[in-house]
Design a protein around this ligand. Sequence first.
Ligand SMILES: *Cc1c(COP(=O)(O)O)cnc(C)c1O
Length: 478
Amino acid sequence: MASHKPSSFLRNIPGVDRLLETDGGQDLCQRYGREFVLYLLRTVLDELRLSILDQPENEDLNRRLIESEQILDKTRSKADKLLSTKVLRAINATGVVLHTGLGRAVLAPDALDALQRNLSSYSLLEIDRSTGERGVRETAVRDLLRFLTGAESALVVNNNAAACTLVLAALTSGREVIVSRGQLVEIGGSFRIPEVMNQSGATLREVGSTNRTHLRDYEQAIVDQTAALLLVHTSNYKVVGFHSDVDTDELAQLARKKNVLLLEDLGSGALIDFSRYGFEPEPTVRNVLEQGVDVAMFSGDKLLGGPQAGLIVGRADLIDTIRRHPLYRAFRVDKMTLSILEATLSAYINPDQLAQKIPTFRMLTYPVDQIRETALQWIDHLRKNSSHHFELRPDESRPGSGSLPAQSIPTWVVVIKPSGQTVANLARKLRNHNPPIFTRIQDDALLLDPRTVQANEEKELLRGLLRALPSGDDPVQS
Ligand SMILES: *Cc1c(COP(=O)(O)O)cnc(C)c1O
């Protein structure tokens, strides 16, 4: 019959003008503006034509698809989807504190208050109030970093990758930089020391071997063309066994004797001594500067617990040279980053207040007994409301983002073995929950680590979980 041909459906698709005139169409125009609705409607109609041609025999479906209401509904959901925020709040129950996929450091509430307060009006971003003249934009951050690290001066750029690129470009371009073969790291997201060096116009001179590099290796490699020795923190792995590096102060003496610079990419860059909180010793930024490093670079959103940024600290004359390099303008940070960074660094003035003020620090040092207590409360609540199997188990959280390398933190987790669906399926449902919930999968079970879940997220987490677990007939503790 003629009416069954796809062409008849195609012919009967309502026109754009008619759709816009309907009540539904008028509604959409009022909410989103006519141009935007028109733009979306055309896409919806194109898709509709394709799906009719794709399945011409499915008449019932096609008849429904070409109804005006269906078309307008599709348009509305397209608009909603396009306008919904993509940087969506998420709950992190993975126990990975600095989870790069989930935005690394959770920012300090004080920092966000400062942002709101300072930036809903004009600010003193780059003006010297005593003279009224243009000033340096990171004065406050520089002054805080002087106190916190002992550095003569400091500079802030977009991230640590930019910091390394800029420092090498400004101080070593056209000359040689010596790096130990044990430190030619790749951080992920295509940050590799040899390639960064290349971009900066410096020539890499590798010395030593993967597991051992000696002072004499550096010494023999220094020539007239040498601009610097570069140390790189091996953030995301650890060499165990027959292994040695040269002490920083010995290298500093060598650099001074040979009149070359000593630079260090610290990766995370601890401002405080984490061994006081049960972690293995990590050099602090102050330590490496005291040992004679001329310029050090580190991230703002790793152990520091602040915004994405790259911090450059060290000798004032070198920092001035770096600031004058044309790439600085391309890499410098905006007032939002500076405002958050200032407030984050202020919290470090009094380390006793860190746990209260900096979420990253609080999570890293969360007492394990309290985590156990929280996990038990969750299990209690879950058992009261679901017949699934929940158990408490000791496990390990991770700092993440190559911070405190290869170290794990003792924790307690809630283990869920779902019945009636696969673990992967449950995890996917939780990711699609609003707000999205991220968990760990291990040995065919779902793990929830309270370390990275904030107090105001617990209720939402449990509600989301109960919703994702099918209720009813499942046998208790199968
Ligand atoms: C993380 C890291 C980087 C990159 O830092 P970003 O702030 O992510 O750009 C560079 N070097 C080392 C050693 C790192 O650990």
